[in-house]
Design a protein around this ligand. Structure first.
Ligand code: FES
Length: 238
C-alpha cells in the first residue's frame, strides 16, 4: 500500500513561486512522516530539503506543519494521521530557506537575549547544587522544551510583532527563574518585562496547542506576569 505525500517546495533563485510536489511512498508498519520524507529523498527526489537529527523527539529540528497541525516529523506515525494524503509544509511565519527548512536565526538571537544558562548561587561551585523534589517539580514541565519553535511559529502576537520574544523564549527565561539553583531571577525578570516581553502575550493558547511536548507555555507566561508585577511593586524606583 502506498501513501501520497504532498510536499511544499520552494527554492529561492530557482523556482518562480512556491508549489507542492506529490510523491507516492510505500507505507511500512509504524512508518513516521520523517521516514516518508527520507524515502522521498533517497528514492524519488534528492533535491528535497528538510532538517532532522536525533529521530527521537529530542533535538527539535524536524518540527513541521503536517496535515494542518504542528508536529515533530520523527514522532508522527503516518497511521495515526488517519489520512491517505500527507501534506507537509515548513513552520509558518519564519523566513524560508528552502522547501521545509526555515531560518531560525532571529529565534536563536531572542533566546540569547534572555540569558539561557544557569547563574549558580555561588560563584565557585564545588559540588552539585541539590534540589528538593518540590523545587524540581517547579521546572519539570518547562525543562522538556526542545526549542523546536512550533509554539513560536503558532503565536499570533509573533505574526504581527517581529520583536516579541515569543512563548519558547519566555519559557526559557521562566525555566531559570523558577530554578531554585539560579540567582539571576531579578535580572531575568527585567529582560522579559519590557514592551516585547510577557505583556504582549494575550493568552491565545496557540502555543499550548502547537507544543509537541505538551508544555503549558501560557501558564508559565502567566506566572512570569505575576512575578513581574511583584517585582515592579517591590522595586518601583528601578
Ligand atoms: Fe530530532 Fe525529530 S529529528 S526531534
Amino acid at each position: 500500500m502506498n501513501v501520497t505525500f504532498r510536499v511544499f517546495r520552494f527554492s529561492p533563485g530557482v523556482d518562480k513561486e512556491p508549489h507542492f510536489d506529490t510523491y507516492s511512498v510505500p507505507l511500512k508498519e509504524s512508518m513516521t512522516v520523517l521516514e516518508g520524507l527520507l524515502y522521498i529523498l533517497d528514492n524519488l527526489d534528492p533535491t528535497l530539503s528538510f532538517r532532522f537529527a536525533c529521530r527521537e523527539g529530542v533535538c527539535g529540528s524536524c518540527a513541521m506543519f503536517i496535515n494542518g497541525s504542528y508536529k515533530l516529523a520523527c514522532q508522527t506515525q503516518i497511521g495515526e494521521l488517519k489520512a491517505n494524503k500527507i501534506e507537509v509544509q515548513p513552520l509558518p511565519n519564519f523566513p524560508l530557506v528552502k522547501d521545509l527548512v526555515v531560518d531560525l536565526s532571529a529565534f536563536y538571537e531572542k533566546i540569547e537575549k534572555v540569558l539561557p544558562y544557569l547563574t549558580a548561587k555561588n560563584d565557585v561551585v564545588e559540588k552539585e547544587q541539590l534540589q528538593s523534589p518540590v523545587e524540581r517539580k517547579r521546572i519539570d514541565e518547562v525543562i522538556d522544551c526542545i526549542l523546536c519553535a512550533a509554539c513560536q511559529s503558532a503565536c499570533p502576537q509573533g505574526w504581527t510583532g517581529k520583536d516579541f520574544l515569543g512563548p519558547a523564549v519566555l519559557i526559557k527565561s521562566y525555566r531559570f527563574i523558577a530554578d531554585s539553583r539560579d540567582r539571576a531571577g531579578d535580572e531575568r525578570l527585567k529582560l522579559v518585562s519590557g514592551e516585547d516581553g510577557v505583556w504582549r502575550c494575550h493568552s491565545a493558547f496557540n502555543c499550548v496547542e502547537a507544543c509537541p511536548k505538551h508544555i503549558n507555555q501560557t501558564a508559565a507566561i502567566g506566572s512570569l506576569k505575576r512575578k513581574a508585577v511583584v517585582r515592579k511593586l517591590l522595586f518601583w524606583k528601578r
